[in-house]
Write a protein that binds this ligand. Structure first.
Ligand SMILES: Cc1cc2nc3c(=O)[nH]c(=O)nc-3n(C[C@H](O)[C@H](O)[C@H](O)COP(=O)(O)OP(=O)(O)OC[C@H]3O[C@@H](n4cnc5c(N)ncnc54)[C@H](O)[C@@H]3O)c2cc1C
Length: 217
């Protein structure tokens, strides 16, 4: 499906709104009307704006290969910049999104780019959070451009479980996330600047997910 078809889907907006929120940051209308999410994931781009949603909502990928159909997890799908596990002859047929991976979660995405539109991410960050009263029950955090592939952040995710959302816990989150990322210097931004953005976005996206209760900003 094209980005626009996914963005305009009632089912997507109702169940995985962060995916629509992320896809709205891609390119401009022409790109969103013609580019597909399949292409965005299969081209292996480390900056793919659909990748954080795929990672926190735990997408599976139904792949048709020369030997028949198989299911691949999004975890481990990207193997390096511009590289994926797909082999010659493989065709991604569809994404599988399971209710247990979105039901009860509030999620949000923030793309940091040098300008507001038609620019790829300097850093992209998505979070999904499930609360039990005031405490975090499950926390999922993903980044693009923070490592050679889009990543989840196991250290940061673990540190939030059982805590409330406060300035102190968000500061602990920002410290913990440094263990999960490996940003690099490129013409777009230095490693140090990327790390600053990573710390800032980890806190901001978490606050945003909770404040908006998963609704789009
Ligand atoms: C002006 C411009 C702005 C852009 N801005 C952004 C942006 O802000 N954020 C962002 O994330 N991206 C951005 N992009 C990148 C673009 O949106 C993605 O590359 C796009 O999603 C690719 O989708 P496509 O359907 O055109 O794939 P294609 O370009 O046709 O394919 C891309 C690669 O994936 C493979 N592929 C495609 N579909 C499948 C499939 N079903 N199974 C197996 N392999 C497949 C192709 O063989 C190819 O190697 C931008 C691109 C342009 C031109």
């Amino acid at each position: 499906a094209t980005f626009s078809e996914i963005i305009n889907s009632e089912i997507i907006r109702q169940h995985v709104p962060m995916l629509a929120q992320a896809l709205l940051t891609i390119g401009g209308p022409q790109v969103r009307n013609t580019g597909t999410m399949g292409g965005n994931i299969c081209n292996g781009a480390v900056s793919a704006d659909s990748a954080c949603a795929a990672l926190v909502y735990e997408f599976d990928l139904l792949v048709l290969g020369l030997e028949g159909e198989r299911t691949e997890s999004i975890h481990g799908f990207h193997t390096g910049p511009g590289r994926t596990i797909l082999q010659q002859g493989d065709l991604l047929k569809s994404f599988v999104i399971r209710p247990e991976n979105y039901t009860g979660f509030w999620a949000s995405y923030i793309k940091y780019a040098m300008r507001g539109a038609m620019d790829i991410a300097t850093i992209g960050c998505g979070a999904a959070i499930k609360m039990n009263g005031d405490e975090v029950e499950t926390f999922k955090l993903a980044f693009t451009v923070a490592a050679p592939t889009p990543i989840r952040c196991p250290t940061a995710e673990k540190i939030m479980v059982g805590s409330t959302i406060s300035e102190q816990s968000l500061e602990r989150l920002a410290d913990a996330v440094e263990a999960d990322v490996k940003p690099r210097t490129s013409w777009r931004a230095s490693k140090e600047f990327r790390l600053h953005i990573i710390r800032t976005l980890a806190k901001k996206v978490t606050r945003q997910a909770v404040t908006n209760q998963g609704g789009n900003d």
